[in-house]
Write a protein that binds this ligand. Structure first.
Ligand code: NI
Length: 178
C-alpha cells in the first residue's frame, strides 16, 4: 500500500475515457484499491477515481465520515465502485460546491441531479445497486465523471462561482456578517 501522486488538471490522462475492469478479485485490483484509499486518506478527500493516480480503469472510491474538508456534510458510506452505471431518477438538479484533489485549493458550483440510482461492482465482483440523493448522489456523479475524462470545472455554468477556496469562502463569511 502506498500514497500515490495525484495528477492535476492539465495532465492528459485526466481527459481520457477509462477502460472497464474485466477481472475482479485480482492482486492488481486489490493493490490499486488499497493505494487509492491510502491516497484519498492522505489528502483528506471525499472520493478518488483511478485516473487521478494515473490508472485509466473504471474504478472509483468514496466515503465521508468526519472529514475536515467537509465539516458540515452528510455521511456517505465508504464504497469501492467499479464499472459504474448511473441512472437519473429525477429531472431536478441542485447547485452545490465541489472540489477535487486534481484541482487543489479551488471550489466551483456545479448543477447535479438530486436523485440517482447507481450500479456497479466492488473489488470482489459483488454487485452494488443503490438509490441515493443529495451529497451522496453528487459525490458519485463527480467521481464517475472522472472515468469519462470530465473534471468538475468543465460543468460549471457560472464561472463567477469558481475560484480559490480561501477567497470564495472568506467573501461568503463577510456576506453573512453584513
Ligand atoms: Ni475529483
Amino acid at each position: 500500500m502506498s500514497v500515490r501522486q495525484v495528477l492535476r488538471m492539465g495532465a492528459p490522462g485526466l481527459l481520457e475515457v477509462s477502460s472497464s475492469v474485466t477481472e475482479f478479485d485480482s492482486d492488481a485490483l486489490h493493490q490499486l484499491v488499497a493505494d487509492m484509499f491510502d491516497t484519498m486518506a492522505s489528502y483528506s478527500g471525499a472520493g478518488l477515481a483511478a485516473p487521478q493516480i494515473g490508472v485509466n480503469q473504471r474504478v472509483v472510491i468514496f466515503g465521508v465520515e468526519k472529514n475536515p474538508r467537509y465539516p458540515d456534510i452528510e455521511e456517505v458510506p465508504t464504497t469501492v465502485l467499479i464499472n459504474p452505471e448511473i441512472e437519473f431518477l429525477s429531472d431536478e438538479t441542485e447547485l452545490g460546491w465541489e472540489g477535487c484533489l486534481s484541482v487543489p485549493g479551488m471550489r466551483g458550483a456545479v448543477e447535479r441531479c438530486t436523485h440517482i440510482r447507481y450500479r456497479g461492482y466492488d473489488e470482489y465482483g459483488r454487485e452494488i445497486d443503490r438509490q441515493v440523493k443529495g451529497f451522496h448522489a453528487r459525490v458519485v456523479q463527480h467521481e464517475v465523471d472522472h472515468l469519462d475524462g470530465i473534471l468538475y470545472p468543465m460543468r460549471i455554468d457560472d464561472m463567477s462561482l469558481f475560484g480559490f477556496e480561501k477567497e470564495l469562502f472568506a467573501e461568503s463569511e463577510q456576506d453573512q456578517e453584513s
